[in-house]
Design a protein around this ligand. Structure first.
Ligand SMILES: Cc1cc2nc3c(=O)[nH]c(=O)nc-3n(C[C@H](O)[C@H](O)[C@H](O)COP(=O)(O)OP(=O)(O)OC[C@H]3O[C@@H](n4cnc5c(N)ncnc54)[C@H](O)[C@@H]3O)c2cc1C
Ligand code: SF4
Length: 563
């Protein structure tokens, strides 16, 4: 039995930590540098704008660009994907009486909800378990919300730099100084093309990493500053589609059970969500824990299979798929949070730090709240008479005193219990929820996703054939993500290319974007893995399962508009 972790990628975090290289007068200086225009980074920029408006003296000292936000997507929202049923609590705190929730681009409050346990043909309704109750939450498209928050951040004075990936963490004398952005216009082998543009050093008084799931520099910083949590981080992979539908859906739906297998040996944990997006659209997605063992499992194909269920087919009948996307979700929970959320000159927030409540499938409000708290700590560090180190450490105190900490503590073992199988895990999870986390299950062991011993079944033989109407193959799905990555740029995926067949099969089935193919036998018991990096939608799953995603050239990847 192979384990993907026995074939580590050629990647060293040290290669992504550097001193500034641009001459001092050519470095771009900003006040606070935020990496990532997701809900965490944009909330941080918006709150900083509010604080600087109230304190023009501080704004003046910060020069021409008090706040900058780097985003690798074409624009804020292009790389955002979520459910997204959002607890509005953090949005209320961010905007106060400046904006009402009704003023945001949403599909309204959750109108009602159902939960079903599915078998191949039947759907058994059950009362929504406490974590799945969504009364009072609002339905959004995270991509649309990201664009809206980006505009609010710019109105507040932030400079957003889209199509710009943060590649290296600039560190000098143990202090984070900023980031180096990626080069543009390099060819497949790394040579400079006619349109070559070198990256730049961006230096800041405080750098906030809000990179979301599998954050590249967040991972580098966790290693550089020894911040990794007690438990390793683990992830889920979510694949989702947006459909135009003939009939409006009048409630949100969650399902458990089929097409996942309940047996403990498979470790298939997850479920689906089907949410209305106004009168004529729905989003449907399947989320599966990446600690699964079967090398033939493909979340994309399981989602296609899910849509063939009579209950779900009916919702989509007469409709048309308009968008597709995929992304991972950190699911280790409380024990996988970093030991500290700050280092000299640096703050970490949102999914990058693992702030997700997986039984509730909620992270947007933690991202927004942590971004807001990071802004307050960064602002404190900029004020005269403050010691930057203690100002930044106040961020940890603020997060520990916030609802983020309480909520994540309450469900602290929730993900791990499902390692015991669906039924035992479900019973333990219910006991924890009913007691609001007071049931003490002891600390449960957690293993990295790539450490799971693989098994190979013929599960892939029963995936439905793509018909182009209800079910789709991976390549047409990549097209539906809006991905227009340049084919001839350097490969951004670090991966061992000669591995046992089961590891290669794992990667090929797992990747929702058909980046990997199992190549020919190499004669020594291994096969070659062929890689088509331009298909990549940057979901991050490969990092969980034994490779390493690094950011490609800025502006590459999907162009989500509705996810
Ligand atoms: C399928 C799925 C369903 C979900 N459903 C829900 C739900 O219903 N409700 C809910 O509350 N939460 C849900 N979540 C979780 C939620 O989406 C996340 O918790 C939330 O998006 C985290 O926000 P963030 O700002 O930390 O990161 P992200 O939203 O991931 O944003 C990070 C941004 O940073 C950019 N970036 C990253 N690295 C770099 C770099 N090096 N350089 C430049 N830019 C960079 C990315 O392109 C991206 O735009 C779901 C997640 C998934 C995947
Ligand atoms: S290659 Fe890209 S799309 Fe495929 S699993 Fe890795 S990160 Fe996801």
């Amino acid at each position: 039995m192979s384990r993907a972790s026995n074939f580590p990628p050629p990647f060293s975090p040290r290669d992504y930590v550097a001193e500034p290289t641009d001459p001092a007068d050519e470095r771009i200086e900003v006040g606070v540098l935020i990496v990532g225009a997701g809900p965490a980074g944009l909330a941080c920029a918006i709150r900083l704008g509010q604080l600087l408006e109230e304190h023009p003296d501080v704004a003046e000292r910060l020069g021409d660009v008090p706040v900058a936000v780097l985003e690798k997507g074409k624009q804020p929202g292009s790389h955002l994907l979520s459910g997204a049923v959002v607890n509005p609590r953090a949005l209320h705190r961010l905007f106060g009486d400046r904006l009402r929730i009704e003023d945001l681009p949403s599909f309204g409050p959750v109108p009602g909800e159902s939960v079903y346990v599915l078998t191949r043909r039947a759907a058994l309704p059950i009362p929504p378990p406490p974590p799945m109750r969504n009364h009072g939450n609002w339905i959004f498209s995270l991509s649309q919300l990201g664009r809206f928050l980006g505009e609010r951040a710019e109105e507040g004075g932030a400079m957003i730099l889209p199509e710009t990936s943060a590649q290296k963490l600039l560190v000098s004398h143990g202090r984070v100084l900023g980031v180096r952005t990626g080069d543009k216009g390099r060819g497949r082998e790394g040579g400079e093309l006619g349109n070559f543009e070198a990256g730049s050093d961006l230096v800041a008084k405080v750098t906030v990493l809000a990179e979301g799931t599998q954050g590249h520099l967040t991972g580098v910083a966790l290693d550089r500053f020894g911040l990794r949590g007690e438990d390793p981080q683990v992830w889920e992979l979510g694949v989702k589609e947006v459909w135009k539908v003939a009939k409006p859906l009048d409630r949100i739906i969650h399902t458990m059970g089929w097409p996942l297998r309940p047996g403990r040996k498979y470790r298939e944990f997850g479920g689906s969500f089907i949410y209305p997006m106004g009168k004529d659209m729905v989003t449907i997605g399947l989320v599966v824990g990446l600690d699964y063992r079967d090398a033939s499992l493909s979340v994309h194909d399981l989602l296609q299979e899910l849509k063939t269920h009579p209950k779900i087919r009916k919702i989509l009948a007469g409709g048309e798929r308009v968008e597709w996307g995929a992304k991972t979700i950190p699911s280790g929970g409380f024990h996988s949070l970093p030991r500290r959320l700050h280092a000299p000159g640096l703050l970490l927030c949102g999914d990058g730090a693992g702030m997700v409540n997986i039984p509730r499938l909620k992270g947007v409000h933690y991202a927004i709240e942590s971004g807001r708290l990071a802004a307050e700590a960064a602002f404190r560090a900029l004020q005269r008479g403050e010691t930057p180190a203690s100002a930044l450490s106040s961020y940890d105190d603020a997060v520990r005193a916030s609802f983020i900490w309480d909520d994540l503590y309450e469900v602290r073992n929730m993900r791990q219990v499902f390692g015991r199988g669906f039924f035992v895990g479900g019973a333990l999870a219910s006991a924890m929820t009913m007691s609001k986390g007071r049931v003490e299950l002891g600390k449960m062991p957690a293993e990295p996703d790539a450490d799971q011993p693989l098994l190979v079944t013929d599960r892939d033989k029963s995936y439905p054939a793509p018909d182009g109407a209800l079910t789709f193959d991976k390549l047409s799905s990549v097209f539906a993500s809006g991905n227009k990555t340049r084919d001839d740029q350097p490969n951004h995926i670090r991966l061992e290319r000669r591995v046992p067949r089961d590891v290669a099969q794992l990667w090929a089935h797992m990747c929702p974007a058909q980046v990997y193919e199992v190549g020919p036998e190499e004669g020594d018991g291994t096969v070659k893995v062929d890689v088509a990096p331009s298909n990549c939608v940057q979901c991050g799953a490969i990092t969980a399962k034994g490779g390493r995603l690094t950011p490609p050239e800025g502006g590459s990847g999907p162009e989500y508009t509705l996810t």
